[in-house]
Write a protein that binds this ligand. Structure first.
Ligand code: FAD
Length: 395
């Protein structure tokens, strides 16, 4: 960690530092430079000060002994009576990361009567499934769940903890990171593991204009959440491996301050993230009624329909149909985009699809950089033709 300091006895108040600072981070107050919150500690002022009156102070930060934190832990989420598929995707990614540095992949599973899920996880190559099985955990209580996972982390000392960026995961992961005074990166789209066990957590930042690489250099464990459908689902092996470790409910979990008053299960909703075929409408559509073309094509292909953000903003569709950073991530076998330009905030959440077909009148539209099939043309000509042809074939 570093910070910039001004040596008052040397400073002549020339103001060169303030005029050279690319971040506008130095204000001249009463003829003296004062750093504001915009300072990035880039050191340009240090280099440029003719009086050597500005210095960079390095602060030594204590680092944990990283060799004591090993393996990758995946939080296996059970919600709505099923093992959330993001958990398997995370196990797949964890295995890829762990193999080159000899780490194992472990899972922690919480709930009531979850033995079948624990057995299922053994088919995905985890070396251990830690199970906290109790009526106290029959539904998500943030404090009780955090107490259990904290208990296992204290026991197993994993270097990395991966959690699905679901509603439950988004509530759980920050509580855990705070308990361990360590870093958490939400909604990672890519993960890499360095030889020194630092996890490189990659995600879009500044409105998707850059891909930030975030590293937790001094503390452990390293927490990251990843959205559903961002990583690949691993193959299920016929043989089950890995041990099941039953853990007693920690006292703190039993003393949860959350008391259920009533529980109303939310009826399972179809999500565009689960669709195998998607037809997507963008701002190239001129009016709401034209969205029918998109819906009709989706119906004929046996798929679902989705939109880019402007159509949600216009009120033509609900947010649950929006693809993108502020919507859902999708990975269908086939996606057909119609009148979508391909902004990074959109493509970052659909570019893992198996087959991408894009229709756009602009041959330079960025969507064509991720499309496998680029159709340069008017969606008002192409969609009716496709619909006609499919109807003919289905007669
Ligand atoms: C923080 C942040 C988060 C965001 N999150 C999201 C998000 O989650 N999802 C999202 O979608 N956006 C998101 N955005 C907005 C994003 O930057 C784009 O503005 C948006 O994706 C553009 O949508 P579009 O491609 O439908 O519209 P436009 O960019 O306006 O593109 C319309 C396209 O249609 C083409 N076209 C026009 N007429 C026709 C025709 N007749 N036939 C064929 N093609 C035609 C045009 O050539 C053009 O390329 C976000 C932005 C920010 C800053």
């Amino acid at each position: 960690m570093a910070k910039i300091a001004v040596l008052e006895r040397k400073c002549t108040g020339c103001g060169l530092c303030a005029s050279n600072c690319p971040f506008g981070a130095i204000d001249m107050k009463d003829g003296r430079p004062e750093l504001n919150a915009a300072c990035k500690v880039c050191g340009i002022c240090v280099k440029n000060c003719p009086e050597k009156a500005i210095i960079k102070l390095e602060t030594k930060v204590d680092s944990v002994d990283k060799s004591k934190w090993r393996d990758i832990l995946v939080f296996a989420e059970v919600s709505g009576g099923r093992l959330h598929p993001v958990s398997l995707e995370l196990i797949g990614k964890a295995k890829e990361l762990a193999a080159p540095i000899g780490f194992h992949v472990k899972a922690v599973l919480l709930g009531e009567k979850v033995d079948a899920f624990a057995q299922e996880l053994r088919h995905y190559g985890v070396s251990q499934v830690a199970v906290y099985d109790s009526p106290e955990l029959s539904f998500f209580r943030a404090d009780a769940y955090a107490a259990c996972v904290e208990d296992y982390i204290q026991f197993a000392h994993p270097s990395v903890v991966l959690v699905g960026a679901t509603s439950l995961g988004r509530s759980l992961a920050p509580r855990l990171a705070t308990r361990f005074h360590t870093g958490l990166t939400a909604d990672c789209t890519k993960l890499e593991l360095r030889e020194n066990t630092d996890l490189v957590q990659i995600r879009p930042a500044f409105g998707g204009n850059i891909m930030a690489q975030i590293v937790t250099t001094h503390t452990r464990p390293q927490f990251a959440t990843v959205r559903y459908k961002v990583m690949n689902t691993p193959e299920r092996s016929e043989t089950a491996a890995g041990e099941i470790l039953s853990r007693p409910l920690p006292k703190a979990a039993a003393a949860s301050r959350v008391t259920p008053v009533s529980i109303t299960p939310v009826p399972p909703k179809k999500s565009i993230s689960d669709a195998e075929i998607l037809v997507v409408g963008g701002r190239g559509l001129q009016k709401e009624a034209d969205l029918e073309l998109v819906k009709e094509l989706a119906r004929l292909l046996g798929g679902d329909w989705a939109v880019s953000r402007p159509l949600v903003e216009k009120g033509w569709a609900g947010n649950e149909r929006q693809i993108g950073l502020s919507g859902r991530t999708v990975r269908p076998r086939l996606i057909i985009t119609c009148g979508v330009s391909g902004a990074i905030q959109f493509t970052a959440c659909m570019n893992g699809s198996d087959h991408i077909v894009s229709i756009n009148t602009d041959p330079d539209a960025p969507i064509f950089q991720v499309a496998h099939v680029a159709i340069v043309g008017d969606l008002y000509e192409i969609l009716p033709r496709l619909i006609r042809q499919l109807k003919e074939e289905q007669k």
